[in-house]
Design a protein around this ligand. Structure first.
Ligand SMILES: [Zn+2]
Length: 388
């Protein structure tokens, strides 16, 4: 889908050095010359796909980290034992965005949506992985599918997982006025809120679509106040990634009957995600002198329905244990100052870096095979650019 890759016109120009928390940091720094970065004409689909990430967290020891840095194998059996530092192991909170389902171009039936989310839940349960899913309630409104899609969320909750608000229709806060964006939050609440209430739970977490936190620092701060007043906590992401490129190409391969493409994408998924974990582990060590509990962003897509178990295995091999978002956010690192404002949604680790006056660190590229799909799915590669 989409058109040109986002990369060519991207500017990851040099970060300025403003560190005053009351001033925006890196505004427009990641902005395309044409001012259209992540969203495209089919922004709704991409939005659903791209929203930033989830959460996996860990804390690790320096020597174990050095060993990990030398270990490129995605295979658990060959990987080092759990990284430890000062008795702390790596920890990660897993978050799924765009429930009940994304990456399928909206083509799945209600039953397929329910089945896919059930498969993700079964993988999580089998591995004792807690998780929270962030809902776009407009995705419940496919004609004739409302009940089946809502049932998918019920089953997710009944399997022991949590739900949060990801706005009604996944608009970018960068391109949506504050008042309208606040309405997107309110409009995204009723079904999720009721399902949680029926189970004695409340709607507590908010995840920004595209990880975009607003066009100006004033909007960002005003929205944070709005969220707090409605009882929300922001769900940050530290392990941002382009898993959605794999997922969309994977669903396309299935739909097109291209089994070789499907298998190739599946085979490259976990190694790619391991590369991203290595990157954010290093970023955490450079920033905090330790590996903080990470928050992983992935999506409720077919790729994870079929292959999230491989991500869990990769993480176990890297020494991760799985924690709730609550547990991850209890780490003081999550109270770091975030003055980042920009067109591009990025990891909170990058935000904290930039707020401290350090440069945005270009992120690892997609593997060669997956990059060809980025030509059709714009927006994935711009964070890997180092044009300065
Ligand atoms: Zn999203």
């Amino acid at each position: 889908m989409g058109t040109n890759g986002a990369g060519s016109a991207n500017k990851l120009t040099g970060m300025n050095r403003r560190t005053n928390k009351n001033r925006p940091v890196s505004t427009n720094r990641l902005t395309r010359k044409d001012g259209r970065l992540i969203t495209n004409r089919r922004g709704v689909l991409l939005a659903a796909i791209f929203c930033a990430a989830a959460s996996l967290a860990f804390v690790a020891a320096a020597d174990a980290q050095r060993r990990d840095a030398r270990t490129k194998s995605p295979h658990a059996a060959q990987s080092p034992p759990a990284a430890r530092a000062g008795g702390e192991a790596r920890r990660v909170a897993v978050t799924f965005d765009d429930l009940p389902m994304t990456g399928d171009g909206g083509r799945s039936s209600g039953e397929q949506v329910a089945e896919n989310l059930k498969k993700i839940a079964e993988t999580l349960k089998a591995n004792d992985v807690p998780a929270i899913g962030f809902v776009n309630e407009n995705k419940l409104e496919a004609p004739g599918q409302r009940e089946a899609r809502t049932d998918a969320l019920r089953a997710w909750l009944d399997a022991g997982f949590d739900l949060g608000n990801h706005t009604y229709s996944h608009r970018s806060f960068y391109r949506t006025p504050l008042a309208a964006f606040e309405q997107e939050v309110i409009k995204g609440e009723p079904v999720t809120k009721q399902l949680l209430a029926e189970r004695g739970k409340s709607l507590r977490y908010f995840r920004h679509p595209f990880l975009n936190t607003g066009r100006t620092l004033a909007d960002k701060r005003a929205f944070e106040k709005f969220l707090a007043a409605r009882g929300y906590e922001v769900a940050p992401v530290t392990v941002d990634n382009s898993e959605w490129v794999f997922a969309q190409a994977y669903s396309d391969a299935i739909r097109g009957g291209d089994d070789a493409k499907r298998r190739r994408l599946a085979a490259e998924y976990a190694p790619y995600m391991e590369t991203m974990f290595e990157f954010y582990e290093r970023l955490s060590r450079d920033l905090f002198k330790r590996e903080i509990p990470q928050v992983l962003l992935v999506h409720a897509n077919q790729l994870n329905g079929d292959h999230f178990a491989e991500i869990v295995s990769m993480l176990k091999a890297r020494g991760y244990s799985f924690i709730t978002l609550d547990e991850a956010l209890a780490d003081p690192a999550y109270r770091s100052s975030d003055g980042y404002v920009g067109d591009v949604g990025v990891s909170w680790l990058q935000r904290w870096r930039v707020t401290r006056g350090q440069a945005f660190r270009p992120e690892p590229p997609l593997p060669e095979y997956a990059r060809r799909f980025d030509a059709d799915i714009r927006g994935a590669s711009f964070k890997t650019r180092a044009e300065r």
